[in-house]
Ligand binder design. Structure first.
Ligand code: SF4
Length: 443
């Protein structure tokens, strides 16, 4: 798979592992979640034997173990084979009579093109080893599954045959194996420039090394013009329906592959935190409130109750990119029907502060550089307010750190709570300041 992404990545991984980026906590967590899903899916085919044994990685020994286990076992986990000097293993191999069925487990909500290529390589090896392989399937999470009580493994996962796609790729696989074999005969690292492929389908773990090779041409210092232009009539028209009191509102969410709580589905966005700044009338004193879950229990019931109290029943709720907040609130209403009426009323009051900042719209500055995320707009509009000094500076980190909270000692948990609250607080304060800044230009 590395070779299909980039020949240089394949070569570096084969001969220069020491040049790989250090493994960070977040990459380890992604890797671990894949392993966990694989173990859980084994329960769909119980009483199997694991061919991997004591080895920490699939290797020649796993191939030998598999060969021995094939005779007497109907279900083998991590069944490994070798053909044409290519070793691979399938997560679950099932024998029925003299026919075999292979299953690969992916901790995703669907099948991606890279899964097909991965499976096509496995099919190539297994079938060329003489195995009577009748079908090849991907097992992934079923996004429609809603947890109620204990996890129902049969419903959590969905198996889909990809045999036809895999058969169609056999020529492609044979050609690539041949190309990659030639590649490892090279005496030097292939010269490949960085590009879009470095993150597609996965972020490359040699990016630090490749980045260090890029000749840093000192960009002629281009001073961006920080001045801001506002199309006043368009702004007044856009904001005509925004009514005081103004509620500047932002969620943080977390996703779990295996649903952790009742009434949630694989990878559903679970709101665990919000920040709210309220402006009762123009130039009034700002009021702030916040909610943050404990990292252990389902944060949603208490979050919903506090949110309904905090947001009242009139005034506009201002968000940055409202699609995210709106869909999270709709899902809360669906999962907690007792609060449906109040949540839908909140949903219908939400407005979006982001669209006026899109290129060629209402508020323009050369210093936005064509971007319109709040992190890009804030330092231009309000230079003395910045995310730079915060321990958490973006939503992905907030979500990852919240996921770790339950396992933390008390003192670290307290610090994390503070960091999360500071981060989300700035997200809504930023909206207030941007709002006031544009209003100052248009009043
Ligand atoms: S960073 Fe990009 S160019 Fe470098 S090895 Fe990885 S994928 Fe290839």
């Amino acid at each position: 798979m590395y070779g299909l992404q980039c020949h240089k990545r394949f070569y570096l991984n084969r001969f220069h592992k020491e040049l790989a980026n250090p493994l960070d906590e977040r990459s380890e967590a992604v890797f671990q979640s894949g392993t966990d899903a694989g173990l859980l899916a084994q329960q769909l085919f119980p009483n199997g034997v694991n061919a991997q044994g004591e080895e920490s990685w699939i290797c020649q020994k796993t191939v030998e173990n598999t060969a021995k286990l094939l005779e007497d076992n109907e279900v083998i986990y991590e069944a490994a084979f070798m053909f044409n000097e290519v070793i691979c293993a399938v997560d679950i191999l099932v024998r029925k009579g003299d026919a075999y069925y292979a299953f690969e487990v992916k901790s995703t909500n669907g099948i991606k093109s890279q899964h097909i290529e991965d499976a096509a390589l496995q099919y190539y090896v297994l079938s060329n080893c003489g195995l009577n392989l009748k079908d090849f399937s991907i097992i992934h999470f079923d996004r429609e599954y809603v947890r109620v009580g204990d996890i129902n493994i049969e419903q959590l996962f969905k198996a889909e045959s990809i045999l036809e796609d895999v058969l169609a790729k056999q020529g492609f696989i044979a050609k690539n194996i041949s190309d990659l074999k030639k590649l490892i005969q090279l005496k030097r690292i292939p010269d490949i420039e960085m590009g879009n492929h470095c993150n597609n389908p996965y972020p490359c773990n040699f990016s630090n090394y490749c980045n260090s090779l890029v000749e840093r041409i000192e960009e002629e210092t281009r001073v961006l013009n920080n001045s801001i232009q506002v199309d006043k009539p368009a702004w007044l028209q856009y904001t005509a329906n925004i009514k005081y009191p103004l509620f500047f509102f932002d969620f943080e969410t977390i996703q779990y592959g295996v649903p952790q709580f009742n009434f949630s589905s694989p990878y559903q966005q679970i709101p665990f935190q919000y920040s709210l700044h309220v402006l009762l009338e123009p130039n009034a004193k700002l009021i702030h409130s916040a909610y943050l879950g404990d990292g252990i229990n389902d944060p949603r019931p208490a979050l919903i109750e506090q949110m309904i109290r905090d947001l009242g029943s009139n005034g506009s709720i201002i968000t940055w990119n409202m699609t995210f907040e709106k869909s999270a609130i709709k899902k809360l209403a669906e999962n907690f029907p007792d609060y449906q009426e109040e949540l839908i009323a909140i949903h219908d009051r939400i407005v979006d502060l982001m669209p006026p900042f899109r290129p060629n719209r209402i508020v323009y500055s050369e210093a936005f550089e064509g971007r319109y995320s709040i992190k890009k707009v804030l330092p231009v509009m309000v230079p003395d307010l910045s995310y730079e000094n915060l321990s958490i500076q973006e939503g992905g980190t907030a979500s990852f750190r919240y996921g770790q909270m339950a396992e933390m000692p008390e003192d670290k948990r307290e610090q994390l709570r503070k960091d999360l609250l500071d981060y989300c607080h700035l997200d809504t304060l930023a909206m207030v300041k941007i709002w006031e800044c544009v209003k100052g230009e248009t009043d």
